[in-house]
Design a protein around this ligand. Sequence first.
Ligand SMILES: NC(=O)c1ccc[n+]([C@@H]2O[C@H](COP(=O)([O-])OP(=O)(O)OC[C@H]3O[C@@H](n4cnc5c(N)ncnc54)[C@H](OP(=O)(O)O)[C@@H]3O)[C@@H](O)[C@H]2O)c1
Length: 232
Amino acid sequence: MPVAIITGASKGLGEALARALAARGWDLVLDARDPVPLAEAAGLVSAHGTRVTALPGDVTDAAHRAELVAAAWRLGGVDLLVHNASALGAEPLVRLEELPLQGLRRALEVNLVAALGLVQEALPLLRSAAAGAVLVVSSDAAAEAYPTWGGYGASKAALDQLAAVLAVEEPGLRVWAVDPGDMATDLYAAAVPDDDGPRPEPADVAPAFLRLLDERPASGRYGAPALLEERR
Ligand SMILES: NC(=O)c1ccc[n+]([C@@H]2O[C@H](COP(=O)([O-])OP(=O)(O)OC[C@H]3O[C@@H](n4cnc5c(N)ncnc54)[C@H](OP(=O)(O)O)[C@@H]3O)[C@@H](O)[C@H]2O)c1
């Protein structure tokens, strides 16, 4: 069975992806900082009958990243690495003039530095997989200048560029940066608490990611809404 590591998998998009991959027979290594919701999510995901290893921890912790990859190795390797865990830098979001520099540093550590740390840790296993892939979860805030999304958006823009260069350096892998579009999750509610307009559920966005795995298009940046639209 193929093996995926998914960071930030106790809720939201990470959990939805875990469920979708487990339903297709993937073995999984999942993380999140809070062990209780992570264990609950892992219990639901493992109902599909595949092997699920849930490791509580923070992606900014190098020892935890090494544990994630070691756990995947025990399941057989790393076919897919999904860096989905994310920090906003300020909750709710604020204009740049008010953004605490410590918040920006945190967003960069979680969204960018940890992604590279995980990639470095997993690269030997990804390279030896039959069809290794890295998927980083981006945002339209990486490409559009929305007021208050500057720190988070800068970290995601840097993540996009990291993925683009990794794709060139590792032509044997697929490296996709995916903007999932707005979703009804705790992250969005924390970012903009007053905006309770309707948005897609993460489970409705997960099929866009499955499409990438099915069709394995060239490495690059993709938007989930377009992937879903073209599939209809
Ligand atoms: N929701 C949107 O509208 C939207 C739009 C564009 C892009 N995105 C991106 O989509 C991805 C998923 O976001 P979401 O909306 O699904 O968020 P979410 O529902 O808040 O879930 C975030 C997950 O990441 C975990 N996490 C956060 N920080 C972590 C850390 N340092 N180490 C390990 N796990 C960590 C959380 O658990 P713990 O808190 O227990 O650690 C949780 O499992 C993110 O990359 C986000 O930037 C979201």
